[in-house]
Design a protein around this ligand. Sequence first.
Ligand SMILES: N[C@@H](CCC(=O)N[C@@H](CS)C(=O)NCC(=O)O)C(=O)O
Length: 232
Amino acid sequence: MIVYGSIFSPYCARVALAARYKGIKHSFEAPVGGSYKSPAFLKMNPLGKVPTLVDGPAAEGRKSKKSRPSKGATVVFESAVIVEYLDAKSKKKGLTPKNAKDAAKARMIGAVVGDYVHNAVGKLFAHLGPNPDRAAVDAIFADIAKQLDIAEQVIVAKPFAAGAKFGIADVFALPSLTFASFFLPVFGLDEPLKGRKKLTAYMAKARKHKLMGGVIADMEAGFKVWRQSRGL
Ligand SMILES: N[C@@H](CCC(=O)N[C@@H](CS)C(=O)NCC(=O)O)C(=O)O
């Protein structure tokens, strides 16, 4: 399988976590046509976003990384949909608990972090640059703190996001918490999780976990390149 995008994107990191956990062979690649908005890429994903997954023999057998995968391949976009596709495609090591209540609990943790914390952090992108509007940044910090407090309430962190087993909650929570821990220091908030016991313990354990620590390290490497490229 080909995943267009870079693991430094938390959305792409969701896919990496799911695919690596399930042992699904994949490679991350730069978008065909050189950008997310190239005609070749937009033909696959009209939203022009990554991650975009291409699955099938046609994808594996391409002659060149620049050429578009042929029509026989399955194209899936939107990170949550890709994760579901991977989980449905390979039944072994399911990501979502079978019991409805546990499944809902895990998805709620994923939603709080992957949507609410994530979206609050994302608002900072508008303030990158030499003279950020400090009042606006502080208002975003307040919102991030509020969402992190909610995440602290819902996460289980024993040691995984929803309890004793790695799963869908981690797929959504880990990339967004990791990204927050790299991105907020750019705006002067060095330890965004500080004072939140469960979130701090979760990240500390995740760094030592083979799969999660590997994804954190890959995200960090990508983030460093991005930060340098932006002169931040
Ligand atoms: N809802 C999408 C969001 C994906 C997304 O926004 N990806 C960013 C990279 S982090 C992107 O492709 N941005 C390019 C753009 O929006 O033009 C998902 O979950 O996959």
